[in-house]
Ligand binder design. Structure first.
Ligand SMILES: Nc1ncnc2c1ncn2[C@@H]1O[C@H](COP(=O)(O)OP(=O)(O)OP(=O)(O)O)[C@@H](O)[C@H]1O
Length: 589
């Protein structure tokens, strides 16, 4: 039962002590609570009915003492409960976050950002709440149940049979509700994922929504997801709202029965009034843990669904990881020769139960190419032809489906990822900056870079001039995702970021697309001059970006259909001629 939830609690062994301390405190509090009805019995039988003033005073005094002690120990337990829940949630968030950092691009394709955010916040909170509830009631339930049964057996055996009816009835009601409710909670979290996914997409693209006046359409989309979420949440909560009143009704009927039968038995002299009163108190005591269980069961069921979702992320095996027998390549002495040997690649589609079927059709087919050290090459092709996919295989953002990619004769799968990321620098298509300072963004991959190194990288990326024009210079603030810089400035800063680590292989994945042609030519020239020893790869849709490259690979539908320098391709490839003509006008004579 509850395998994920149990696993969740046991993972955090560091917090075992507060957990056990809390349960001991709770057990002590429960024992004091159990002693109170005994005093009630004595107070009524000896004090009130027997006229024993001393017994009356003693019983009241002890009742107060037991109640105060019970309250003190319960508070101490609650304090530990909060502590345990918060520490566990903190630890889970850290573990999850660390896990997300080691997941590869392929894993992250399966967990969209909104989905991960729900798992890191709402799911973790659901488990935290359930843990705290458990701490508040775990040890209490069995001790109260067994203790009260024992005391009833000792003091009011003639009324015990009433329990034999009530306990099974309450248990059946409980089982019915729990069974119904459990099924719904996973769906609730899934619908929350969907809702967040729409929200995240819409908020991230709010400018596009406004530009295309699609506010109404987005409202309807959000409303649809919102309604689905409401529908999913409503059902379990409706069941939960029935649960507590139903149980209280049973308890009240039971108490009425006890008073009725107790009255009859008292008239026959079989029980005392004190026994009856104590019995009703014990009855409430026995049913309390069952009711608490009823209240926390939906919460625990929801937590089990949440724990399962968290373990789906935690148990994900990174699709790209270090080889058990790595081959070291020294980034300082590496040459930067790249070879693709019969490389094919398909993305993970994640739509089928069958792992084999989960790979989409190949987006790269049988790629064979050689890039010599120090060359500047370019990949040109229509959108969706597979250019980004191809270059992403070099730093192992994804692993090939078949064939191999080699750097200096070593299969990239055998190069430790850390070394590989030092060898290969990439400036991505989408230039994302982090909030902080300009300097921190440029030196993101090499925090120890000197001022001169940073400025050299910025100059090569044509970023120095606009950064120097800001009064704070390199200490200027970058707001979230670099929103206070223009698209072209963001691109130049992210190019500078990739240049700072001085990699042997540099990839520009359409990362000069937001620059005008003159700036682009200037940046390219500066990069080539400052990175003379590096192999440089440009991915482009614009022919102006590739014109000066030593070698151009022309891609079409995942295949290399032509290669050569600009002049050669103009002569030999009709596709290249078409692109040239469509972008730069008539073919040169
Ligand atoms: N993460 C992904 N999951 C599934 N399919 C993908 C993923 N990324 C790209 N694809 C698919 O792979 C194919 C090649 O995409 P890729 O981004 O490599 O093309 P591209 O030539 O770089 O295009 P563009 O110039 O528009 O950036 C496309 O059909 C695309 O839909």
């Amino acid at each position: 039962m509850l395998p994920n939830f149990r696993r969740f609690i046991t993972i955090y062994r560091g917090y075992e002590r507060p957990f056990w301390v809390s349960q001991i405190l709770l057990a002590i509090a429960t024992i004091f609570t159990l002693l109170i009805p005994l005093m009630t019995q004595q107070l009524v039988d000896k004090g009130l009915l027997g006229g024993d003033r001393n017994a009356l005073e003693q019983s009241v005094l002890w009742m107060v003492v037991f109640a105060v002690l019970s309250a003190i120990f319960t508070i101490a337990n609650a304090w530990y409960g909060v502590l345990f829940g918060e520490f566990t949630a903190h630890a889970v968030r850290i573990k999850l976050y660390e896990k997300i950092q080691v997941l590869s691009f392929g894993n992250l394709d399966r967990f969209p950002t909104s989905d991960l955010m729900v798992r890191m916040t709402s799911d973790v909170n659901a488990i935290k709440g359930a843990i705290q509830q458990i701490i508040l009631s775990l040890a209490q339930a069995p001790i109260m149940f067994i203790g009260a049964l024992f005391l009833i057996y000792l003091n009011s055996p003639s009324l015990m049979w009433i329990l034999l009816i009530i306990i099974p009835v309450v248990s059946i009601v409980l089982l019915f509700f729990v069974n119904k409710i459990s099924k719904f909670f996973e769906k609730v979290q899934q619908k929350l994922d969907d809702l967040n996914s729409v929200l995240q997409e819409d908020l991230a693209g709010v400018r596009v929504v406004k530009a295309f006046v699609q506010g109404e359409y987005e409202n309807r989309r959000y409303d649809r997801a919102n309604r689905e979420f409401r529908k999913a949440s409503l059902l379990p909560m409706q069941y939960v709202s029935f649960l507590q009143p139903t149980l209280f009704l049973i308890v009240n009927i039971a108490i009425a029965c006890v008073l009725w039968f107790g009255g009859v038995f008292a008239a026959q002299g079989k029980v005392t009034v004190g026994e009856i009163l104590a019995f009703t108190q014990y009855l409430a005591t026995i049913l309390t843990p069952l009711i608490v269980l009823a209240v926390i069961t939906p919460q625990i069921t929801a937590a089990e669904a949440s724990a399962e979702r968290i373990f789906q992320v935690m148990d994900s095996i990174p699709m790209v990881s270090d080889s058990p027998q790595p081959l070291e390549l020294d980034p300082a002495t590496a040459k930067g020769r790249i070879v693709f040997e019969n490389v094919s690649f398909g993305y993970f589609a994640n739509s089928s139960e069958n792992e084999e079927e989960n790979y989409s059709k190949l987006v790269l087919k049988n790629i064979n190419l050689v890039i010599e050290p120090g060359q500047t090459v370019a990949f040109l092709g229509a959108t969706g032809s597979g250019k980004s996919t191809l270059v992403n295989l070099i730093p192992r953002f994804y692993d090939v489906t078949s064939g191999r990619v080699m750097i200096d004769g070593v299969d990239v799968r055998n190069i430790p990822l850390k070394t590989l990321r030092q060898l290969v620098g990439i400036s991505l298509q989408e230039s994302i900056l982090f909030s902080g300072k300009v300097r921190e963004n440029i030196c993101y991959g090499k925090p120890e870079a000197t001022e001169d190194e940073m400025i050299a990288a910025a100059k090569a990326a044509d970023a120095h001039s606009f950064v120097s024009a800001i009064p704070e210079g390199y200490d200027a603030a970058v707001t979230r995702r670099g929103a206070n810089f223009s698209g072209g400035q963001r691109q130049r800063l992210s190019i500078a970021r990739s240049l700072t680590i001085k990699p042997k292989i540099l990839i520009f994945d359409d990362s000069t697309s937001a620059l005008d042609m003159a700036t682009e030519a200037r940046v390219q020239e500066a990069i080539k001059n400052s990175m003379k020893d590096s192999t440089i790869l440009f991915v482009a849709q614009r022919i102006s970006t590739v014109i000066t490259a030593d070698n151009i690979f022309l891609l079409e539908a995942g295949e290399i259909v032509a290669q050569g320098n600009h002049e050669t391709l103009l002569r030999t490839s009709s596709l290249y001629q078409e692109i040239y003509e469509s972008q730069l006008g008539g073919a040169p004579a």
